[in-house]
Design a binder for this molecule. Structure first.
Ligand SMILES: Cc1ncc(COP(=O)(O)O)c(C=O)c1O
Length: 449
């Protein structure tokens, strides 16, 4: 195999979509009209949209081709069986329940198995996961390793579960724990991976305390690639083999196919337990649809099935992880405080460190994300006090971090788009200026890359 320094996008572009160039004053106006909430912008007023990597990826020609094969039968469609076979081949789980996206899988699982006062341990709950636990009057308990809470700390598997803390929870509150979850990769903690060794440790504890273990598997393929490249003894295995082992260590998973399903919509709940599966299917019929389509069209099931095959291909994952790392490297070089090391799907700027003068309850993440939009037309998202600060009693408390996430859609932007983002986060140098009172007359230019 040939090795080049530059990792090129492992695809050619067959179909393109124009982006709209706006002026700063247009963006100031659009943001004010949106109530300074980037979610409320019209997407066409955004130049580079890094709001999320969820459902925003580009599908392959093979996926679009598969869409034409969609069988739209209400019950027992051919597309469901193809989808089921692909998911089963990957995960090994007995029951495969399609849902329209990840949070539907979460809601169906938690509503079916949680009771008031229960505790769900996780490395870090994603916001929809937390909300779906809390709506059942249960506690979403985050037990990521201490390194996972410190943005500047470097650790190869910063998403790992703190096994000692999990054991304490199972020892003290075991009677209230219906299941243990681990999120791969850990989105809320910076898109950081979880090692196989850690998953094995969670499995062992779950066996000892007789608890089912579920993965929040949204980014399972990115996690598998990190294991391949960072965990001892894993380099010779394919990402698919590693992913299969990850799934085999758990009893089930919730999945948003909008991430590592490489699809624009879709998800599933997969599990081994027959009784739980029956309860979940009954609820699915009530709100999502018949168990062979679960709120999706037959053509969506085809797109997800093909996406799950493509996502574990090594050239894709190498490019995917490297392009995120590339943006991360450029921001580090520019002195921007970012979560270390680079995550799989996103780069996270430490807004609390960058805007140290803005107290958490004045939302430094919102201030930074809005400035990025006004100055550069880049849309990002705050993951901090606005997302997590509101307490069940209505008060506000700053969470551990105030981050701004730049999430990279899959197969959508080229290196020059990413260079633009990095360029806009650089400082300036003075090209001409007098020795005194230079701020009146100096000329500036952006620092070179
Ligand atoms: C870790 C994690 N879990 C669950 C979800 C929810 O998935 P969906 O947006 O498809 O409902 C997301 C979405 O971003 C996520 O990142």
């Amino acid at each position: 195999m040939l090795h080049f320094k530059t990792i090129i996008e492992p695809f050619r572009i067959k179909s393109v979509e124009a982006v709209k160039f706006t002026h700063r004053e247009d963006r100031v106006k659009a943001l004010a009209e949106a109530g300074y909430n980037l979610f409320r912008l019209h997407a066409e007023d955004v130049l580079i949209d890094l709001l999320t990597d969820s459902g925003t990826g580009a599908m392959s020609a093979a996926q679009w081709g598969a869409i034409m094969q969609g069988d739209e039968s209400y019950a027992g469609s051919r597309s469901f069986y193809r989808f089921r076979d692909v998911v089963q081949d990957l995960t090994g789980y007995r029951h495969i329940i399609p849902t329209h996206q990840g949070r539907a899988a979460e809601r169906i699982l938690f509503h079916s198995v949680l009771e008031e006062g229960d505790v769900v341990p996780n490395n870090n709950h994603f916001d929809t996961t937390r909300a779906n636990v809390e709506v059942e009057e249960a506690e979403a308990r985050d037990l990521v390793i201490p390194e996972g809470r410190v943005p500047s700390e470097i650790h190869p598997f910063k998403g790992n579960m703190d096994l000692a803390a999990l054991e304490r929870t199972l020892e003290r509150d075991g009677g209230r724990v219906p299941l243990v979850m681990v999120t791969v990769t850990n989105n809320t903690g910076g898109g950081q991976p979880v090692s196989l060794e850690n998953l094995r440790g969670v499995r062992k504890l779950c066996d000892r305390y007789r608890k089912p273990f579920f993965l929040d598997a949204c980014r399972f393929a990115e996690n598998a690639y990190f294991i391949k490249t960072r965990e001892e003894g894993q380099a010779g295995r394919t990402p698919k083999e590693i992913a299969r082992e990850m799934f085999s260590l758990a009893d089930g998973c919730t999945m948003s196919a909008k991430k590592d399903g490489l699809a624009n919509i879709g998800g599933f709940l997969a599990l081994n337990d027959d009784a739980w599966a029956e309860r979940c299917r009954n609820l699915l019929i009530l709100t999502e649809g018949f168990p062979t389509y679960g709120g999706l069209a037959g053509y969506d099931l085809e797109a997800v099935a093909r996406g799950l095959e493509e996502v574990v291909e090594e050239p894709y994952l190498r490019y995917r992880i490297r392009s995120t790392e590339y943006l991360h490297e450029r921001l580090v070089a520019a002195g921007v405080p970012v979560i270390q090391p680079a995550g799989g799907h996103a780069v996270y700027i430490d807004a609390r460190a960058l805007l140290a003068h803005v107290p958490p309850l004045q939302y430094p993440g919102i201030a930074l994300a809005n400035a990025l939009y006004v100055e550069a037309g880049i849309r990002s998202v705050e993951i901090g006090t606005v997302m997590f600060g509101r307490q069940p009693d209505g008060t506000e408390k700053a969470p551990a971090m105030d981050l701004v996430r730049l999430a990279i859609p899959r197969r959508v932007y080229t290196q020059s788009h990413i260079d633009y983002v990095a360029d806009r986060l650089r400082g300036y140098r003075i090209t001409e200026g007098p020795a005194v009172l230079r701020h009146f007359t100096a000329l500036f230019e952006p620092l070179p890359a």
